[in-house]
Ligand binder design. Structure first.
Ligand code: NCD
Length: 287
């Protein structure tokens, strides 16, 4: 599978970080970020720089001509003159697809509204594979905002390519999007629940997510589900010794800081895998 080859290459990227490389010297990556980002943008930029390439772009649409009313297509038509690959994050679903339609260079989706975040899913797979030694055979709980959280949509599709059991844990209001469930349920075993506690002892990978406050049209609805899940060090007393806790970050209050010191916590390491995965991805596109 193509994705396994990418994971294999990503796992080898640590050497390139340590020694430095110029495999992408002369190549330029353009980053178009219309929404806030810390990890995704900086890991993409770091990945490109560590491969010897250059980076241009904006992290905030207010500083680009978008602020003067330029549309996405024209922004893409502009930046493609200056870059060999574009990385785009945008609040609208379908934005990356639209950019790809207009661009003559490859476009990487770094988050399209509440829809998808495919490179996060790839780094999540890498984290699972490296920390558990396999993906097949695992029971993976995806917890939190499964309606507006884009990382969980991409992750669900990615995991459905493997032989896993998926537990979707969310409040009624934030259940996994029906189209995702419909698309993957024939391929993979899945169960839905609102209650995390009874499941804790059977989980191999606990993937926590933030309630996506900014995507709620009605703050009263948000208030109903805010703080729905909060993992603490005490919950870890019930879990398998090998269970890992992941989170795409940023976290709000869904993982208590008491969990950070535990051996189960892999969300900080996950960020490092993000760098390695994006290096492998850029190399496979531009190398
Ligand atoms: C996520 C995102 O932007 O979708 N962050 C990330 O890229 N690691 C998760 C989130 O914002 O909750």
């Amino acid at each position: 599978m193509e994705i396994d080859e990418l994971l294999r290459r990503a796992a080898e990227m640590g050497v390139c970080v340590d020694r430095g490389t110029d495999l992408l010297r002369g190549k330029v990556m353009g980053t178009l970020f219309f929404e806030p980002s810390t990890r995704t943008r900086l890991s993409f930029e770091s990945a490109m720089i560590r491969l010897g390439g250059g980076v241009i772009g904006f992290a905030e649409p207010k500083v680009a001509s978008v602020e003067k009313g330029e549309n996405l297509a024209d922004t893409v038509r502009t930046v493609e003159n200056y870059a060999d690959v574009l990385v785009i994050r945008h609040p609208l679903e379908g934005a990356a697809r639209l950019a790809a339609d207009f661009a003559s260079v490859p476009v990487i989706n770094a988050g399209s509204g509440a829809e998808e975040h495919p490179t996060q899913a790839m780094l999540d797979l890498l984290t699972i594979h490296q920390e558990q030694g396999r993906i097949d055979g695992l029971t993976i709980a995806v917890v939190g905002d499964l309606r507006y959280g884009r990382t969980v949509h991409s992750l669900a599709y990615a995991l459905s390519l493997y032989k896993v059991k998926l537990l979707f844990v969310a409040p009624e209001l934030l259940r996994m999007r029906r189209e995702v469930v419909d698309d993957i349920s024939a391929r993979v075993a899945l169960e839905e629940s609102a209650d995390l506690a009874p499941l804790l002892s059977e989980i191999d990978v606990l993937y926590m997510t933030r309630i996506q406050k900014e995507r709620f049209a009605d703050m009263a609805e948000y208030e109903k589900v805010a703080g729905a899940y909060r993992l603490t060090a005490r919950d870890l007393e019930k879990v398998k010794e090998s269970m890992i806790v992941m989170h795409p970050l940023p976290r709000v209050d869904e993982i208590d800081h008491s969990v950070d010191r535990s051996e189960h916590a892999k969300y900080f390491k996950q960020m490092r895998y993000g760098l390695l995965l994006r290096m492998a991805l850029l190399l496979s596109i531009l190398g």
